[in-house]
Design a protein around this ligand. Structure first.
Ligand code: GAL
Length: 676
């Protein structure tokens, strides 16, 4: 990481105010007051940088960069490819995206260029190179922000050609491709490469192997475009780190579904992401939502196993939720600190100043239309700035987790595409978030990892609903457990291979051995159907899915209560080599997951050493420095809460001594330092 302190800053769009020198001057004055040390600029500036083809105008940006530098504000400088000037779409319509129905999009909006278009690539090369050449030695330049929130797909002829080339590389022969895609079904066999077209709702969309490959291709194609964007930048500024902002999906706060970030993360120097939770909504508790945010923070931190950046967040509200509610007092500090607690080295906002017109004029910003510092939001931001200054020492430090939860983009795409089970209740990422919830409630650090990650560093691997598992991952799981690892898996796991072809002759052998069972049938429930699992005189609700299996060597922990499988195994435990395989046969509510993981964590001896008596509304996360650990204690509730910890400490924010019994006010956050 390049920075010495936590970045506190915002997306800054001075290009919207170039005719208002008074505003630009006021910006700097207010930035200083709010403790802003970073500005992210240039994301949507192409029309100002190149107002007409070949007419480059950098003077305004020079002056912004210089002024920021003179005021000790570093710059995360963006390339402008996420939105192009109107002249370009008019003159070169090929730069516009084509949708899956084959319709060419019109100019407007943003994030809608074709990743293959040679002209778009050429134009991007020119502008990016000019920017890099001009600012490569500028002392304000801290980092590159490539484009903005890459996403979406294009189905134009260039992209079709690229898809075919990608497939040729992948399969070499049509024979292989047809076999892997099971195309004999419905007479879909391809006899020539040029017959293949991208999936479309008005064309082919039932060949699941192809759908899956298309999604992989879209990831690779996006990365290829990104690599194209950074080629000259890398050469000209080899020491300036490069990032691009990742996303989460909608208000649900599940990982972004469109791109495989495990692949993408390998190409960036620092992972960064944009987080917009609907705090204070009317369908979940604050702790429910905070736990989902924690899940994504942990996933994005785990992508590179190093601190990440929170690139965008709102200091107050957004403009695109169905209801755009303001953060209540205390929430801005709490939600900002949460990201730092999970490994972020920044707290950055969208945006610095509210636009005056167009669609984002009501999106929250540090500076409102009132253009002053006399409002709650500005003061909240100022307080966050002050607090970050007090905890700068955590910059660059990371976390150590003994638990890994497996999330897999391929598996998610494949299960969502599958026509089976129940369309409404698959909910793979949400299921993982429910499992994660136990660890969040119990303040146990977790990495969210790919099946391809090194599993050996974890004492417990949790891999529910891993529908797609390729052969090599099956072997990996075997080795992991045989060598002493503990693996939890659940219903609908190990069903298909990497081509979305089902395994033949029963459940994969490796899984049968690890879990000592053979999964034979999955019962799917209507939304109101219920069953129960009986364990040790207790009973837990079952909904949505119940898997039936033959028990071989496993020890049965719990059985089904009702239906034609009453009395049969639902939860099992099996010794395999030096480790154990635990299997959860059915979808349950949180009560069961809490019971089950409490048992496992006791067995594996995993707990938070610092927290003696935790609290489901109070999240404790820590960052480890060489000779100390910094604990973030966060009350995600609207009432007072208590926790008990093992030693007295000092709160770095209030600079006050803290007893072992800690009383937390609603939305309060404390940052405690514990020396070793
Ligand atoms: C992000 C985007 C920003 C801004 C923000 C509003 O997705 O990167 O440019 O539009 O949303 O919430």
């Amino acid at each position: 990481m390049v920075q010495e302190k936590i970045l506190h800053g915002a997306d800054y769009n001075p290009d919207q105010w170039l005719d208002r020198p008074d505003i630009l001057k006021k910006d700097i004055e207010l930035m200083k007051e709010a403790g802003i040390n970073t500005a992210t600029i240039g994301m949507f500036s192409w029309d100002k940088l190149e107002p007409e083809e070949g007419d480059f105008q950098f003077e305004w940006l020079d002056s912004i960069m210089d002024t920021l530098y003179e005021n000790d504000i570093k710059v995360i400088l963006a390339t402008p490819s996420a939105a192009r000037p109107a002249w370009m779409s008019k003159k070169y319509p090929e730069v516009l995206r084509t949708n899956e129905r084959g319709e060419k999009m019109r100019h407007g909006g943003r994030h809608n260029h074709c990743f293959s278009s040679p002209i778009y690539r050429k134009k991007v090369t020119i502008i990016n190179k000019k920017i890099a050449e001009r600012y490569k030695e500028h002392p304000a330049l801290l980092m590159w922000h490539i484009s903005n929130e890459y996403g979406g797909e294009c189905h134009c002829q260039y992209c079709q050609e690229n898809f075919r080339s990608w497939l040729k590389k992948e399969y070499s022969t049509l024979e292989n491709l047809n076999a892997s895609w099971w195309t004999t079904f419905w007479a879909h066999t391809y006899t020539s490469w040029d017959q293949i077209e991208s999936p479309s709702s008005i064309g082919e969309n039932e060949v699941h192997g192809m759908n899956l490959d298309w999604r992989r291709f879209v990831t690779d194609q996006t990365i290829d475009f990104y690599e194209h964007e950074i080629k000259d930048i890398r050469k000209l500024t080899p020491n300036i780190p490069i990032t691009t902002n990742f996303m989460a999906d909608t208000m649900d706060l599940i990982p972004f579904q469109g791109l495989d970030y495990y692949k993408f993360a390998k190409h960036v120097d620092v992972v960064s992401w944009d987080c917009y939770p609907a705090w204070h909504n009317d369908w979940e508790t604050t702790a429910d939502l905070a736990s989902k945010v924690g899940f994504i923070d942990d996933l994005y931190r785990s992508l590179k196993q190093q601190p990440f950046l929170l690139m965008e967040s709102t200091p107050s509200m957004v403009n695109w939720h169905p209801v755009n509610k303001a953060k209540r007092p205390g929430m801005h500090m709490l939600s900002s600190m949460q990201h730092i607690a999970h490994g972020s080295d920044s707290n950055l906002y969208f945006q610095w100043r509210k636009s005056r017109g167009s669609s984002e004029k009501f999106h929250g910003a540090v500076v409102d239309h009132d253009n002053n510092n006399q409002n709650r939001v500005f003061q909240d931001v100022r307080k966050v700035g002050e607090s970050l200054e007090k905890i700068n020492k955590v910059t660059g430090s990371s976390k150590k987790s003994r638990v890994g939860i497996i999330y897999d983009w391929d598996s998610n795409w494949a299960i969502n595409d599958s026509q089976g089970f129940s369309q409404e209740t698959k909910q793979y990422p949400q299921t993982l978030q429910n499992h994660y919830r136990f660890f969040w409630n119990n303040d146990i650090p977790v990495d969210i990892i790919s099946p391809k990650a090194d599993l050996s560093q974890y004492d417990l691997i949790v891999a529910p609903m891993l529908y797609l598992i390729d052969e090599s991952s099956l072997d990996k799981f075997s080795t992991y457990v045989a060598n002493g690892g503990n693996l939890v898996m659940s219903y609908i796991s190990g069903v298909v291979n990497e081509h979305d072809l089902t395994y033949m002759n029963g459940w994969p052998q490796q899984l049968q051995e690890i879990f000592g069972i053979n999964s034979v049938e999955t019962d799917v429930y209507y939304p109101k159907d219920r069953n129960r699992i009986l364990i040790d005189g207790k009973s837990f609700e079952v909904k949505d899915y119940a898997e039936l299996f033959d028990v071989k060597s496993a020890h049965v922990i719990g059985t089904y209560d009702e239906d034609f499988y009453a009395g049969q195994a639902a939860i099992t435990e099996n010794n395999f080599g030096k480790g154990k395989g635990y299997f959860i046969g059915a979808r349950t509510n949180q009560e069961f997951l809490d019971y089950f993981y409490s048992y496992i964590c006791k067995e594996v001896q995993i707990c938070n050493d610092f927290v003696i008596k935790g609290n489901d509304n109070v999240s404790v996360q820590s960052r480890k420095l060489s000779n100390k650990e910094v604990f973030f204690i966060m009350n995600f509730s609207e009432s007072n809460q208590k926790i008990l910890v093992s030693s007295e400490t000092v709160d770095l924010l209030s600079e006050k001594h803290v007893n072992v019994e800690i009383n937390m006010l609603p939305y309060e956050v404390k940052v405690l330092e514990k020396r070793e």
